[in-house]
Design a protein around this ligand. Structure first.
Ligand code: FVH
Length: 277
């Protein structure tokens, strides 16, 4: 990433798959990284590369510098930070744990009330893509803090500003993940149906599903607007019939109904478009 990199002291809380990937990228960029994880024993490789492992959140906070949190969920963040929140006064904290918009706003309020400068984050990467060209990280909250830490954290992914509302990084993150899980549900359903009917999975994935999804992705993203009318080209009446056919084919193949929720959601939208004329 073409950013002016300063070396910084960073304390990272959480060494799950994502935390380890983040720590690796930050160490690789020359930052002085202190790591903590609830369950010890996950820092071996990071320590070998220069990280300092500590056994309590308190020690991690005492190391000074920027605090970066990447735990399972909002409850684990609260649990980890509650005992040390007083020691965080005057410090900068970036939370990269996935959570809801409301959780991010409440966390910002809780920490802000104790004099902690806060950015909420959303990681648009998976562990294996952290630090690669496509990876980007959404941040929202204190703009001056973003300006300061964006170059510092750029080794994990291109920093992308999401706004002053501390919940907006979470909002974009949750919404983008919803899109991703929609695609993933579609792919799961597709290969289950293919498998059930005896199709060749490898050929299907390489020569059909991949190229088809690639062709349609920009069209799907451009058309994603619940308030917009469905364009004539996509004739909602035809699409509703098409979706009923796919659902029937899925039933004939014995695919569990739980896997076809995305088809029923699309059918609902097309029927509404038909009803609305
Ligand atoms: N991995 C991914 O692909 C996605 C990509 C997008 C962003 N997500 C979010 O990143 C957060 C961390 O995900 P992760 O992949 O590191 O998750 P795990 O490997 O399951 O590690 C979970 C860590 O959280 C610690 N932890 C859990 N509960 C507590 C608690 N009550 N107190 C303190 N720490 C807790 C856990 O510690 P341990 O089980 O090893 O002791 C791990 O360090 C997450 O929000 C994703 O949604 C990742």
């Amino acid at each position: 990433f073409a950013m002016d990199m300063r070396q910084e002291r960073i304390s990272l809380l959480g060494l799950g798959s994502m935390g380890r990937a983040l720590a690796g990228a930050l160490i690789g960029a020359g930052h002085e990284v202190t790591v903590w994880n609830r369950t010890p024993g996950k820092a071996g490789e990071l320590v070998a590369r220069g990280a300092r492992e500590v056994s309590s959140v308190e020690e991690a906070v005492q190391a000074g510098g920027l605090v970066v949190v990447c735990l399972l969920d909002d409850a684990s963040v609260r649990e980890a930070l509650a005992p040390v929140v007083r020691g965080l006064t005057g410090r900068d904290l970036v939370n990269l744990t996935s959570g809801s918009v409301q959780q991010a706003r409440e966390l910002a309020g809780w920490l802000g009330g104790r004099g902690v400068r806060f950015l909420g984050g959303g990681i648009m990467a998976v562990p294996s893509t952290v630090g690669t060209e496509g990876a980007f990280i959404l941040y929202s909250g204190a703009r001056d803090l973003f300006d300061r830490v964006a170059p510092v954290l750029s080794p994990i992914g291109r920093p992308q500003w999401a706004g002053e509302d501390p919940g907006f990084a979470a909002l974009y993150d949750m919404a983008a993940l919803s899109g991703m899980y929609g695609m993933s549900a579609g792919a799961d359903h597709a290969v289950t149906m293919l498998h059930a009917e005896g199709g060749d999975l490898e050929t299907f994935k390489r020569a059909v599903l991949g190229p088809w999804m690639e062709q349609m992705l920009p069209i799907i993203v451009a058309g994603a607007d619940p308030s917009a009318t469905v364009p004539e080209e996509y004739n909602p009446g035809m699409q509703a019939v098409g979706l009923e056919t796919i659902l029937a084919a899925s039933g004939e193949a014995g695919v569990p109904a739980e896997l076809s929720g995305h088809l029923r959601a699309s059918l609902w939208r097309m029927r509404r478009a038909v009803d609305a004329g």
